[in-house]
Write a protein that binds this ligand. Structure first.
Ligand code: AMP
Length: 456
């Protein structure tokens, strides 16, 4: 038994070593995924904290749903005919690990609205009768062709407002409030030149009438359109309206407009949303071609875009959203109309970087308050103790190492901090510190008790 195990482990060892020898090439992050590194992550944290603060002022609470879900959720919730479900999802058959389990098809979430509505149904959030105002921040996954502003793992900051009819979830004031909140958020983040485009895609009964009219209008002309649009004309004619193919624009512009197919209720709803936006002074453009790619949208749909040259390349949609009055029922839940949006956080960051540096380069790191340089390794422990005291007082501090020469300490400190604190034998004996302020070049020797006020 013993020898057996020893032989086994030796052979495993050799197997491991020979695999290692074969794999000398470096393992890299998967295509379409990225590492976010400091100092750029400071900007991500800033964006998220501004978003959290704005959402809190409007009464939103955070929801965190799982990153993978039953594939059925997206097939039913997002729609089989959408690009997302038909070709972009990361789906796998998850094997059973025990007899009590069944193997199951799972999918990395390509968006978060379906997950939030699933959670709303599962936890019976509508039962108390009040409006649910939820927000999320997290990664989403789509197998798209990667380019600037388009990744296979990307982040969304999103919001969902939903509830039973009695909670007022269907009211146009909810649509306008969500749009006004977005305008506030983008302004507080300092995004310049954003544009709000919106449209109404009508109710669940308006849409089929419009789709039928579109099919009819497309039938005699589709053979003259690009391959993508020929396919869309068959599978999902609404998507033809999204097309940017230049050669097809004259055909698309002549297609019927959804505005002419809205019933009175949808028309009044949309007019009320626009009136509330006017009252708040939020500027917008009605874009009759804006229908968006997901199947669940009803009535108000919208997008915020930024001008060309904002750092997004050809991907100028910063965020998108709309109303989804029938989604809960599509997922087997109670009637729960709602409206939401998802901001592409990666794109928000690209724009802010472009605005800050003009080059799209990451913004420089914030400097620390101080860098402590112990003179000789015997001073290392005291340096760490002083750092602990200053850090506990809320200052940001880096500690060098006693083996560094003075010149090296100065160079290291100048890169990361506004001050250098030199701790030598004399300073320790007299409870003092020598401090140089890089901005002024001024150097003083002060009591350690005065350090905090000088560093602030
Ligand atoms: P959607 O969920 O498709 O309505 O997208 C909402 C927003 O998410 C878009 O306006 C983009 O800003 C962002 N987004 C969508 N797909 C990607 C992607 N592959 N990479 C980066 N951002 C994306």
């Amino acid at each position: 038994m013993h020898t057996n195990r020893a032989t086994q482990s030796r052979s495993l060892h050799w197997k491991f070593m020979s695999t290692l020898a074969k794999q000398t090439s470096v393992v890299k992050a998967v295509r379409g995924t990225r590492d976010l590194l400091p100092p750029e992550t400071a900007l991500w944290n800033h964006v998220e904290s501004v978003a959290r603060a704005v959402f809190a002022r409007y009464g939103f609470g955070e929801i965190r749903t799982p990153i993978f879900e039953d594939t059925q959720l997206f097939a039913r919730g997002v729609g089989e005919e959408t690009d997302i479900v038909s070709k972009e999802m990361y789906t796998w058959e998850d094997r059973a690990r025990a007899q009590s389990e069944k193997s199951q098809s799972l999918t990395l979430r390509p968006e978060n609205t379906a997950g939030v509505v699933r959670a709303y149904i599962e936890h019976k959030l509508g039962e108390r009768g009040d409006l649910q105002k939820l927000y999320y921040i997290g990664p989403q996954f789509r197998r798209e062709r990667p380019q600037r502003g388009r990744y296979r793992q990307f982040w969304q900051i999103g919001v969902e407002v939903l509830g039973p009819i009695s909670s007022g979830a269907e009211s146009p004031i909810r649509d306008a409030e969500v749009l006004e909140m977005l305008a506030t958020l983008l302004d507080e983040l300092g995004i310049k030149g954003w544009r709000l485009e919106l449209n109404s895609v009508g109710s669940a009964t308006d849409r089929p009438r419009y789709v039928a009219a579109l099919r009819e209008a497309l039938a005699p002309v589709k053979s003259r359109m690009c391959e993508d649009n020929q396919r869309r004309a068959e599978t999902n004619p609404l998507r033809v309206l999204d097309s940017k193919a230049p050669e097809d624009q004259h055909i698309i512009n002549a297609l019927p407009k959804i505005a002419d197919f809205l019933d009175d209720a949808s028309r009044e709803h949309f007019a009320a949303v626009l009136a509330a936006l006017d009252a708040c002074g939020v500027a917008y453009t009605v874009n009759p071609r804006l229908v968006r790619g997901l199947d669940y949208y009803t009535r108000t749909t919208f997008e915020f875009t930024v001008p060309d040259g904002s750092g997004l390349g050809t991907q100028n949609a910063l965020l998108g959203g709309g109303r989804y009055d029938g989604l809960s029922e599509m997922l087997g839940g109670p009637k729960a109309p709602g409206i939401g949006f998802a901001i592409g956080e990666d794109r928000l960051i690209l724009i802010l970087e472009e605005q800050a540096t003009g080059t799209g380069e990451p913004v420089a790191a914030q400097k620390l308050d101080a860098y402590i340089a112990p003179m000789g390794i015997e001073r290392n422990a005291a340096a760490l103790a002083l750092a602990r005291e200053l850090r506990r007082a809320g200052l940001s501090v880096e500690v060098g190492d006693g083996t560094f020469r003075l010149k090296k300490s100065f160079e290291a400190a100048d890169k990361v901090a506004r001050h250098i604190i030199i701790l030598g034998e004399d300073e320790l004996a007299t409870h003092t510190a020598t401090v140089k302020t890089f901005a002024t070049g001024e150097q003083v020797k002060i009591a350690q008790t005065e350090l905090q006020s000088l560093l602030r």
